[in-house]
Design a protein around this ligand. Structure first.
Ligand code: DHB
Length: 368
């Protein structure tokens, strides 16, 4: 609270279950940010309270309520999946507590509460970039395959619209269940439809299964290319996907191979603190989310409540490990560069190597 000498951040993440890698990545990145920037800001001791919601919205809601009412946190943050971010939104509004969304990426999330600020990305933001690239690079027909919930629906819609605007043809739109998906019957349909490419979105953690089944079914040998958002060639899993992943082109806002001095330092420090992990786009969302909170606390000199913090989060411009970013003051969403990347081998390891960039992309889900 404003009077006490601690500043509490309630970090709600999926630490167990299907989305556990998201929680692991974000917690590690948040702790790295604190280790690098100190745990005292504007005279306040920063306290990070991590809670596991198992990516289950009912649990998210209960945890957010407890953190706000009992622990009196100054900020709630994290939110590994869209339903979790949406479940906490009304509580952020009622209690005037800033909610920093570090992972979830459905466009509409920021409209669920005026107290939401997002440090991750949106699916429309990265999908339109693939919708421009593919038809200019020999892909005339596609089948889309997405996880059947908010971000998948956004990816399907915004990729397809842009792809068709550029003269491409979408033969079929397939949606797989979010929980325990079996991709086999869907991939059989894709084989029968014989598109130039299959466009895929699945959430972080599910990409390796898609890649495995795509290769096992010989889709690539049948002449069907895999194109995707970078969620599929997730840096958390990519290096274990095998050489079959080589050449896969994706669009996304972060690669561990992003060749900036700041990113090299970030990756090195992250891996030193977490020797078995490579930071992925979730880690960067967590790291930058902490930056947004720290800077807002500095600007308000530790004196303000939720409204003042929120105002100080809006409009922040800074260099992230991903590149230059802006927290749009109107939408509270992140404006960032989106890259085209190809899976390549560097020093014996698989990476998403960036080969083109679209600068300063706003969420197209909000552009009027
Ligand atoms: C969401 C979750 C993910 O793991 C991801 O890669 C993209 C979006 C989400 O639920 O919003």
């Amino acid at each position: 609270s404003a009077q006490s000498n601690t500043f509490k951040i309630g970090l709600i993440l999926p630490m167990t279950g299907q989305q556990a890698s998201t929680g692991r990545q974000i917690e590690a990145a948040a702790r790295l940010y604190m280790a690098q920037n100190g745990d005292t800001v504007a005279g306040k001791k920063i306290e990070l309270i991590v809670k596991d919601d198992v990516a289950t919205p009912d649990v998210t809601k209960r945890l957010a309520q407890e953190l706000i009412v009992n622990d009196k946190v100054n900020v709630i943050a994290g939110f590994g999946v869209t339903p979790a971010a949406l479940a906490a939104a009304p509580l952020a509004t009622q209690s005037k507590t800033p909610q920093v969304v570090m992972a979830a990426a459905t466009s509409s999330i920021t409209e669920a509460s005026p107290y939401i600020v997002r440090s991750s990305f949106t699916l429309p933001q990265v999908s339109v970039v693939m919708g421009d690239w593919a038809p200019k690079n020999g892909v005339k027909t596609v089948v889309t395959l997405v996880a059947d919930y908010g971000p998948g629906n956004d990816a399907e819609k915004f990729f397809s619209e842009r792809f068709q605007l550029n003269g491409g043809k979408v033969i079929e739109k397939l949606r797989v269940p979010l929980r325990n998906p079996d991709f086999a019957p869907f991939l059989q349909k894709v084989r029968d439809a014989k598109p130039d490419a299959l466009f895929v979105f699945v959430p972080s953690g599910a990409g390796a299964a898609v890649m495995k089944q795509f290769l096992e079914r010989g889709m690539d040998k049948a002449g069907i290319k895999l194109i995707a958002t970078g969620d599929v060639t997730d840096d958390d899993q990519l290096n274990d996907m095998g050489d079959g992943a080589l050449g896969v082109v994706t669009s996304h806002h972060y690669s561990a191979a992003h060749p900036s001095a700041m990113n090299k330092k970030f990756v090195e420090a992250f891996q030193k603190a977490n020797p078995k992990m490579r930071p992925n786009f979730m880690a960067v969302g967590g790291y930058d989310g902490m930056r947004v909170i720290y800077e807002a606390l500095k600007t308000t000199k530790g004196q303000g409540g939720g409204e003042a913090l929120l105002a100080a989060m809006k409009g922040q411009v800074f260099e992230s490990p991903r590149g230059q970013v802006l927290i749009d003051a109107q939408t509270r969403d992140i404006v960032q560069d989106v890259y085209l990347r190809k899976v390549e081998k560097k020093d014996g390891q698989l990476y998403n190597v960036e080969f083109d960039v679209i600068k300063g992309v706003k969420d197209p889900g909000k552009a009027k």
